[in-house]
Design a protein around this ligand. Structure first.
Ligand SMILES: NC(=O)c1ccc[n+]([C@@H]2O[C@H](COP(=O)([O-])OP(=O)(O)OC[C@H]3O[C@@H](n4cnc5c(N)ncnc54)[C@H](O)[C@@H]3O)[C@@H](O)[C@H]2O)c1
Length: 269
């Protein structure tokens, strides 16, 4: 079991949304040190100021898509905060609800590098010490969009499919090596944090940030390999395997309404 109590927890994107809530909860669960990595200095400052009374918290401004900056920041974090025991790769962006032909290369590259490449680079750095100590946990926040194709968010979907494939491959590698370092892949449905403001959800209720954050920390502490939130999303792959694509598109796309979810998306400004 990977307990949060007594450990150093690094959360990317930890100054907003579920990253921020998980940071607070990690301190409440007795984390030795909370490390927040984020690109938004103002949010880092306000988060650190708010959490100070709950335990040790340190914030670093870093663009996780900049691999050189990530390497330097990881070295500085280790020097100032000690061994990183738990990494939660949570920083993520969605840039628009444009169809793919209207996207631009900059947004495609940003989405892939922040959502998919950065978690790999950060895990690569953290794993060196974790494997040597035979202790640690990497938790990757993917998305239900990493299991179901969805119009008007194709680059985001691509980035989250990438995270799921990589993260689960890493889990298997560590298991084959009989390592005690664990990996959890999390695939939540839409969460009411502001990131996906305006989305339509006809069938599944939009998730609340607090209980979703709690479920993710529980998944880490219980060493869950994979967690879809809500649980029903675990059956998506089964349905994809059983139903012909045209029928799957009708059931999930039209009836459940997933394929029109992004129609009125406004997102963060
Ligand atoms: N909100 C949802 O509906 C939803 C659903 C499924 C999965 N997710 C995933 O959960 C994670 C958190 O989402 P959220 O809703 O809390 O989002 P959020 O927008 O509230 O928080 C994301 C944080 O990431 C930071 N960030 C963005 N780019 C960065 C960069 N280049 N370097 C460092 N930090 C950067 C932002 O400053 C922000 O603090 C994301 O990976 C997201 O894809 C969200």
């Amino acid at each position: 079991m990977t307990k949060i109590k007594g450990n150093c927890v690094l959360i990317t994107g930890g100054a907003s949304g579920i990253g921020r809530i998980m940071g607070r909860m990690a301190l409440e669960r007795g984390a030795r040190q909370l490390v927040i990595w984020d690109i938004n200095q103002e949010s880092i400052n306000s988060t650190c100021a708010e959490f100070e009374s709950k335990g040790n918290v340190k914030g670093y401004r870093v663009d996780v898509s900049d691999s050189k900056a990530v390497t330097e920041c990881f070295q500085q974090t280790s020097k100032e905060c000690g061994d990183v025991d738990i990494v939660i790769n949570c920083a993520g962006i969605v840039t628009s609800n444009k169809t793919f032909d209207k996207q631009n290369m900059r947004d495609i590259e940003r989405t892939m590098s922040i959502n998919a490449v950065a978690p790999m680079n950060i895990a690569l750095l953290a794993l060196q010490g974790m494997i040597a100590r035979d202790k640690g946990h990497i938790c990757n926040i993917a998305s239900a969009a990493g299991m179901i194709s969805n119009p008007k968010m194709a680059p985001y979907v691509a980035s989250k499919w990438a995270v799921i494939g990589w993260s689960d491959s890493l889990r298997i590698e560590l298991k084959q090596a009989k390592s005690k370092v664990r990996v959890s892949t999390i695939a939540p449905y839409f969460i009411n944090t502001g990131m996906f403001d305006g989305v339509n959800s006809r069938f599944f209720p939009i998730l609340k940030p607090e209980p979703t954050s709690r479920k993710i920390l529980d998944a880490i502490e219980k060493n869950k390999n994979f967690k879809g939130i809500p649980f029903g999303f675990h059956f998506i792959r089964l349905c994809q395997g059983l139903l012909p694509t045209a029928l799957f598109d009708i059931v999930f796309g039209k009836w459940v309404g997933i394929f029109s979810a992004m129609d009125n998306f406004t997102g963060r400004k």
